[in-house]
Design a protein around this ligand. Structure first.
Ligand SMILES: *Cc1c(COP(=O)(O)O)cnc(C)c1O
Length: 874
């Protein structure tokens, strides 16, 4: 029967013998992936098999023989260690943590939606930074005790696996995943039938999905799976791949994620008794339809006894929604033809919800917008009362990028804040470093906010650890290089050189990320001769380890990979520069720690944050990066190097010339000499690279490592990030949501009516007259100025607005800078809808001084005065 294919496959889960039965539970909760003692326990059961199954506990339990399991179950030492790990997990899941100190008012449940989650290599449901961030967010929420529930899709093939053809062209394969072999539990009704949610599609079709739950420590992650028998072929394929299709396929995925995700949460609450989410956080715009589903619920008399109108439901939904934007690159934002959205919502998808209102949410009705498209990021912003970018600079860029939604406002006043990303330390810190820290300082030092203990470690120990990390990378890289060459058709006899590719004593520079054009994978190739000289430098050579996947539809990205790989194929340099196919979490965990320097050279300011450099930093690698994303706010001169950026307006080619030249220059004159310390003696050249550590240690370099760990460690930890989300966004959103729901949505009904009225009256609002009194001919500091403004409000009341004076320095073209503002108080009613406002302003600095007056709507239900996009200025 050779050649016959199975028509159905299933994975039979092992029954683990009673005394070590807890292993099944330990393998299913993904906490093992960041809890070193638990993963070490699995490894110890059968170290060779552990490597064979690629560090996957479930696969290990499935592969281990019956006899071996029985033997382990009879070994008291094993039994004791399993019981220990089990107790540890139970304690972890139940004990009060940081969040439990916030008091009873903290939100009871927060739903976190994302199209991808990168939690572990055993659950490959991510493509890059967005997914890894989501995974780190969940793990950190678990560690902090934040009652988060993740919502996503279960893709049958995840993202693709990358390999290379002989001529270095990216090849993609899509191995299918079997949910039964993954650390997932199917959500079932009490009678055992699988839970199913359904979305009505146009033409009478229905999209059904089952729900799987992954346990990420304390945090459940619900994944919707359309591969169910009741679906037609197209519907079954909706969750086939991550970012696979476009058009209707992509839209169906996003409808399932957003609307289906809310339905899944409702069922999960019903079945588990978990409180309904009080905050909905959407990681990028893909899940934006969650807002439509919640509006639908509020407008449906069957679900909401006194149903809300569209405006009321929108106000209520917005109050408890947080939107995070992740990219200033237009191609990173989903846009659909308006007509497609209209088509999908014309049927029963959201009965009772006016389609034209939905369309308006995604309309690009601003300068430069396209009237034919529906923009998911724009909808995300309109459906969320709170929004943020992912680094300070990205906040600035986002406020400018989306300023069209707030016409008339200064970019600074656009209500999009920023929370700088972070990385989950227990996941990304190398076990060898964690071990050293634990031995020297006890278990908690890496979990705490103070990493300054690193200064107590001797230079020799630091340097020795760095060499071990580098060596581990070199070994892993050789193995991967060899495997890649075999796939490219080389015979073993041709591959002896791979055994000595890379050198554990050479300065190692890493570069790995997705390969969209703006990340400039090939900037280092701008002057190939110069790169070659750096690689082959007789005294201080460098070596480069590079990885990255290009989106399957992006031929420009694939061409970059090809150019790079063809450079690395040159026998003259191939021992100093390698490209490793199939960048993923497993590779990353060896790569970040093993590199001495982490390189990042995007086109500023297109890198929203970047997190790989953070993961490198917590392992003592130094960053060498363009001042973009997180590096723009955390580079301090002693934690790495800043690659200078060409002036704005420089042409693309010239910009690459300037920035690559700066990169070469830094490597040649700063980075490499410092790594090799002062050890480079005149004669070293002939003998090859001067080995750091041979006659002394590169003390400046080591002090930069310590400084990086001590100061960047706590800053880039996801703990800092998640606490910021909780305090600055989730808690206010939950409070706003509660106020909105109180007394059968009474405040929401008032707010919506008030907003409707203010919007219709606003066109009449104007500042008719401004005057100031009190300044002498030669004003000086400390003098005060009485500012008075006469404002026409029409039928609006003085309490409906806030009138303020903005004052500061005046530039050459009358623009204000260093501005502050002061509220003017209502002084008198002048009749006929006119009012006078006034305040006393104290001049507190010298130099040019000026002011302007503005009127904004004012209501306790608004999170920002700019929220409605209404302003009147004088
Ligand atoms: C961290 C990480 C990324 C994201 O890195 P960026 O610096 O944001 O580009 C992508 N893929 C993997 C496997 C990662 O670990």
């Amino acid at each position: 029967m050779t050649g016959m294919k199975a028509i159905r496959r299933f994975t039979v889960r092992t029954v683990v013998p009673g005394p070590i039965g807890a292993l099944a539970r330990l393998a299913t909760n993904l906490r093992w992936s960041w809890h070193l003692p638990t993963s070490q326990l699995f490894e110890s059961l059968d170290p060779a098999l552990w490597d064979e199954v690629r560090h996957d506990p479930l696969a290990l339990l499935a592969a281990i023989s019956r006899e071996k399991l029985e033997a382990l179950a009879a070994d008291p030492d094993v039994v004791a260690r399993v019981a220990d790990a089990d107790r540890n997990l139970t304690a972890y899941l139940g004990e009060p943590r940081w969040y439990q100190s916030l008091g009873a008012d903290a939100p009871h449940t927060i739903a976190y939606f994302s199209p991808e989650f990168g939690i572990s290599e055993v659950l490959p449901q991510y493509s890059g930074g967005l997914g890894i961030l989501a995974g780190d967010h969940l793990k950190t929420a678990s560690d902090l005790g934040v009652p988060l529930i993740g919502v996503g899709l279960l893709y049958q093939a995840g993202y693709f696996k990358q390999s290379l053809s002989k001529d270095a062209w990216q090849q993609e394969t899509y191995p299918l995943l079997d949910p039964d072999a993954l650390p997932l539990t199917q959500l079932r009704e009490d009678d055992g039938t699988p839970v199913r949610i359904s979305l009505p599609l146009p033409g009478g079709r229905v999209l059904h999905a089952h729900i799987w739950r992954a346990d990420v420590g304390r945090v459940p992650l619900l994944l919707l799976d359309s591969n169910v028998a009741e679906n037609d072929a197209t519907a079954r394929g909706v969750t086939d791949r991550l970012y696979g299709g476009g058009g209707d396929h992509r839209l169906s995925q996003e409808l399932l994620l957003g609307m289906g995700g809310v339905k899944a949460l409702r069922i999960h609450s019903r079945l588990t008794g978990t409180p309904e989410p009080e905050v909905f956080h959407t990681n990028e715009g893909h899940a934006g339809f969650l807002g439509i589903e919640r509006i639908r619920e509020l407008m449906d008399p069957a679900l909401t006894p006194h149903p809300l109108s569209w405006d009321e439901a929108l106000a209520a939904g917005r109050a408890s929604t947080v939107f995070t934007t992740h990219t200033p690159v237009p191609a990173g934002i989903d846009r659909f033809p308006r007509s497609t959205i209209e088509h999908f919502f014309a049927g029963e998808l959201a009965p009772g919800v006016p389609v034209e209102k939905i369309l308006a949410l995604g309309a690009e009705n601003y300068d430069g917008g396209n009237p034919e498209v529906f923009n998911m990021a724009v909808m995300g912003l309109r459906l969320a009362q709170r929004a943020n970018g992912v680094a300070k600079l990205h906040g600035v860029v986002s406020r400018e990028m989306f300023s069209g939604l707030w016409p008339g406002f200064d970019h600074d006043d656009v209500p999009i804040t920023s929370v700088t990303n972070g990385v989950h330390v227990p996941t990304w810190v190398d076990p060898r470093l964690a071990q050293l820290a634990r031995e020297k300082f006890g278990a908690d030092v890496l979990d705490g906010p103070d990493w300054s203990k690193v200064y107590d470690v001797s230079d020799g120990e630091v340097w020795e650890l760095r060499r071990r990390l580098r060596t581990a990378l070199v070994e892993d890289a050789r193995r991967r290089l060899r495997a890649s060459w075999k796939k490219r058709g080389a015979a073993d006899a041709q591959l002896a050189w791979t055994d000595s590719a890379l050198d554990p004593d050479v300065l190692t520079i890493g570069f790995a990320r997705r390969v969209p054009t703006y990340k400039r994978l090939t900037l280092m190739l701008r002057d190939p001769a110069r790169l070659k000289a750096l690689l082959l430098h007789p005294e201080h050579p460098i070596q480069l380890v590079i990885a990255g996947k290009s989106h399957p539809a992006d031929d420009a990205g694939k061409k970059m990979i090809q150019d790079l790989v063809q450079f690395t194929d040159d026998p003259e340099v191939r021992h100093r520069i390698v490209f490793l196919p199939n960048y993923d979490i497993a590779m990353a965990r060896t790569l970040f720690p093993g590199c001495d320097v982490w390189l990042n050279n995007p086109l500023r300011p297109l890198e929203a944050c970047g997190t790989s450099g953070m993961k490198a930093a917590i392992n003592g690698s130094l960053n060498l990066s363009v001042m973009d994303g997180w590096w723009d706010e955390l580079y301090d001169g002693e934690n790495g190097w800043a690659i200078p950026t060409a002036n704005a307006g420089t042409g693309e080619a010239e910009r690459d010339d300037i920035e690559s030249a700066a990169l070469y220059e830094l490597l040649e004159t700063q980075v490499a000499p410092r790594f090799y310390g002062d050890l480079v003696s005149a004669g070293a050249g002939a003998a090859g690279p001067s080995q750091p550590g041979r006659g002394g240690l590169p003390s400046h370099w080591i002090s930069m490592i310590k400084h990086t760990l001590a100061t960047l460690g706590p800053e880039v930890a996801a703990e800092r990030m998640v606490k910021e989300y909780v305090q600055r966004l989730y808690q206010p959103a939950a409070a706003a949501g509660r106020a909105a729901r109180a007394r059968d949505y009474a405040a929401t009904r008032d707010l919506a009516a008030w907003i409707g009225n203010v919007r219709s009256e606003w066109c009449g609002v104007r500042i008719e007259h401004v005057e100031s009194h009190g300044l002498a001919d030669e004003p000086h500091i400390g003098q005060s100025l009485r500012v008075r403004a006469n404002v026409y409000l029409g039928t609006l009341r003085p309490g409906d607005v806030s009138v303020s004076v903005a004052y500061g320095r005046v530039g050459s073209s009358d623009e204000l800078s260093d501005t502050r503002s002061l509220e003017l108080l209502h002084a008198r009613d002048l009749g006929d809808g006119r009012h006078q406002f006034e305040a006393e302003l104290v001049i507190d600095r010298s130099g040019s001084f000026g002011y302007g007056v503005q009127v904004l709507p004012c209501h306790a239900g608004l999170a920002s005065p700019a929220e409605l996009g209404l302003i009147a200025t004088a």
